[in-house]
Design a protein around this ligand. Structure first.
Ligand SMILES: C[S@@+](CC[C@H](N)C(=O)[O-])C[C@H]1O[C@@H](n2cnc3c(N)ncnc32)[C@H](O)[C@@H]1O
Length: 254
């Protein structure tokens, strides 16, 4: 969606994007060392797929004054999908390839995983994807105008099992409000997890979140598996351990 001058002037943040203070984040800080093939991918495909953003305090932060014109990035205007935590692109690459009439912006904080993803995108010639190496919460807050996103995908987010770590879970009241701000009325938030307690947590948070309607079509508030969501290694790991995989779908109310 094109941003009008009223929405934004270059170098300024989107209206109503409150600054977020992120001491507690949903990811583990890991080494960003890449192996030889990831480094090769990075060098070959970085310019085509990775969108550099001004940083805040951490190498994964997005500066509050950052602004991206997604129409200019993609060279066209199509419905925008955002994937949070794309990992090595196991869902992202085939799902974007299956949607040539959509553009997909993925956020991932782990550079070696981004390098693997862009290598695969490049080799498979998928062009409707851009990746931000950074925190999706800050990215969603600062890089998207209100109502500019048609779908958000959150597949197998880190479960943060221990009670004292629950505050690190991506899905929270604040996240529901943030997603509500950027998703257009009628747009959809899709999630999947193989951890029962996180699935129940998601239901509790999102069923109660203002402005979202549970549109899970399995009859009991859960959703049937999102069509063409591929089996990823995280999902396989869950199935191998006899865990149940839950899909969820919420529609943004007008
Ligand atoms: C368990 S993995 C799942 C990866 C992928 N969705 C899949 O199903 O194969 C979760 C990923 O989310 C990333 N992540 C967690 N919080 C994030 C955030 N706030 N912004 C961007 N990436 C995040 C992690 O680095 C990790 O790669």
């Amino acid at each position: 969606m094109a941003l009008s001058d009223a929405d934004r002037t270059p170098g300024t943040r989107h209206p109503r994007a409150e600054r977020v203070h992120r001491d507690v984040v949903s990811f583990v800080r890991r080494s960003s060392r890449m192996n030889t093939s990831q480094q090769r991918n990075w060098d070959a495909w970085h310019d085509r797929y990775v969108v550099e953003v001004p940083r805040g305090e951490r190498h994964t932060s997005v500066h509050p004054d950052a602004a991206i014109d997604w129409v200019a990035e993609f060279g066209r205007e199509r419905p925008l999908v955002v994937e949070i935590g794309s990992g090595t692109g196991d869902s992202l690459v085939p799902m974007a390839a299956a949607r040539p009439d959509h553009d997909v912006v993925a956020f991932e904080v782990f550079q070696p995983a981004v390098a693997s993803t862009i290598g695969r995108l490049g080799r498979e010639g998928v062009d409707n994807v851009r990746i931000v190496l950074g925190d999706a919460v800050e990215g969603l807050t600062y890089l998207f105008a209100p109502g500019s996103v048609s779908e958000i995908w959150v597949f197998f987010p880190d479960p943060w099992h221990k009670t004292r770590h629950h505050k690190r879970r991506l899905v929270s009241d604040e996240f529901a409000a943030l997603a509500h701000r950027v998703v257009a009325p009628g747009g959809v938030l899709r999630l999947a997890t193989d951890w029962d307690d996180y699935a129940e947590w998601m239901r509790e948070v999102l069923d109660a979140a203002p402005g979202w309607a549970n549109v899970g079509d399995a009859g009991d508030g859960w959703a049937t598996r999102f069509p063409d969501r591929p089996l990823t290694k995280y999902e396989q790991r869950g199935l191998d351990a006899d865990r149940r995989v839950r899909d969820l779908a919420y529609r943004r109310l007008p």
